[in-house]
Ligand binder design. Structure first.
Ligand code: PLP
Length: 356
């Protein structure tokens, strides 16, 4: 730490992203990326756009926003594109939490980090013992709510009726619904926008649209909320979504069939893996995301984590009181998941010794 750092940031605990190892033979199931390559249309669009990189991108990402608005069934003025949904979430914490922010104890790890970065007071509302969200527990907070739906790292989803309850508890309170995993089987709260001015939906192309490296997120809400977020964006980085990403995302939207095929494969593989893991004695949450969240009554998950690592199979684990005995495993291809399941079976064999 230098002597120049603003003392307010001295105690900031930054977000720790999942590792990005680059072994040739690895099975990477630790950061909820898609195991599938982007649509072939993406490579062509990016190659073509490369020749225009001498110019700044359109700051409003007009073509992309127009196409995405059509896809989501909203007006152009109800949508803002961001450099990943992380950027838009950051704008929400910076600009839309005048009374503070409230969120569950187990949810996306970036929410408390943004509170620290922007000096936003947080109220942590614990999940139930089964990791579900008790909607009634939010009735009395005035703070802006951040609800990941489906939640991470549990994968558990709230029905739209529960989101409506949160919205109706207090129309003067903003509810931000983070829909990073919505395409894996949950209904989008975008459908509630016409009725609720206190709703902001944040989404991403990172998980279900094979574009984590492209960094594209979006926020959808009433025009006034989008104007607020645009005010921040134009005070921070007008060119937040680069040319290649704008073109790549547009190409992704043009290949709806591929998007659909990929997410359906993931959901089918998720069902199979959950089934297999339960047969092996694991407890799995009902995940509506592209990962499973698992524990095993008779086995150490930290040991399994290390065992898998030794075989270049990377999954995610947190050293937190409520989740230290859980693993979050991204759903990869069927082949990757077969390798994962085989390693798990080997681990469960009696008398296995753990080499790192
Ligand atoms: C992955 C993730 C994000 C961030 O997505 P990017 O668009 O890649 O920044 C946001 N929220 C949740 C819950 C996530 O899991």
């Amino acid at each position: 730490m230098s002597k120049f750092l603003n003392p307010r940031l001295a105690a900031l605990a930054p977000y720790v992203p999942g590792e990005q190892p680059r072994d040739d033979d690895m099975v990477k199931l630790n950061t909820n990326e898609s195991p599938f390559a982007p649509s072939p249309l993406v490579a062509a669009a990016v190659a073509e756009a490369a020749g225009t990189l001498n110019l700044y991108p359109p700051p409003d990402a007009n073509d992309l926003v127009e196409a995405l608005a059509k896809e989501l069934g909203v007006q152009k003025g109800q949508l803002l594109a961001g450099n990943g949904s992380d950027e838009l979430l950051a704008f929400c914490f910076l600009a839309l939490c005048p009374n503070g922010a409230a969120f569950p104890d187990l949810t996306y790890g970036f929410y408390p980090v943004y509170c620290g970065l922007y000096g936003v007071e947080s109220e942590i509302i614990p999940l139930e013992d089964d990791f579900s969200i008790d909607v009634a527990a939010y009735a009395n907070t005035q703070k802006t709510l951040f609800i990941a739906n489906p939640n991470a790292p549990t994968g558990i989803a709230l029905p739209l009726a529960a989101i409506e309850t949160l919205l109706g508890q207090n129309p003067e309170r903003l509810v931000v619904v983070d829909e990073a995993y919505v395409d894996f089987g949950t209904k989008s709260a975008v459908a509630l926008l016409p009725k609720h001015e206190n709703l902001l939906v944040v989404g991403t192309f990172s998980k279900s649209r094979q574009l984590a490296g492209g960094r594209l997120g979006y926020a959808a809400g009433c025009e006034a909320l989008i104007e607020d977020l645009a005010r921040v964006k134009y005070s921070f980085n007008p060119y937040n979504v680069n040319t290649l990403t704008q073109k790549a995302a547009l190409a992704t939207l043009r290949d709806a069939a591929y998007h659909d095929e990929c997410r359906r494969k993931i959901m089918a593989t998720r069902a199979r893996v959950t089934d297999e893991l339960r047969k092996l004695g694991f407890t799995c949450t009902i995940s509506m995301a592209n990962f499973v969240f698992v524990t095993h009554a008779g086995k150490s998950m930290p040991e399994l984590y290390r065992f898998l690592r030794g075989r270049h199979i990377y999954v995610r684990r947190w050293d937190l009181p409520r989740t230290k005995d859980h693993l979050r495993v991204t759903i990869g291809t069927d082949g990757q998941m077969d390798q994962f399941l085989q390693a798990v079976r080997n681990f469960l064999e009696p008398g296995v010794s753990f080499e790192e």
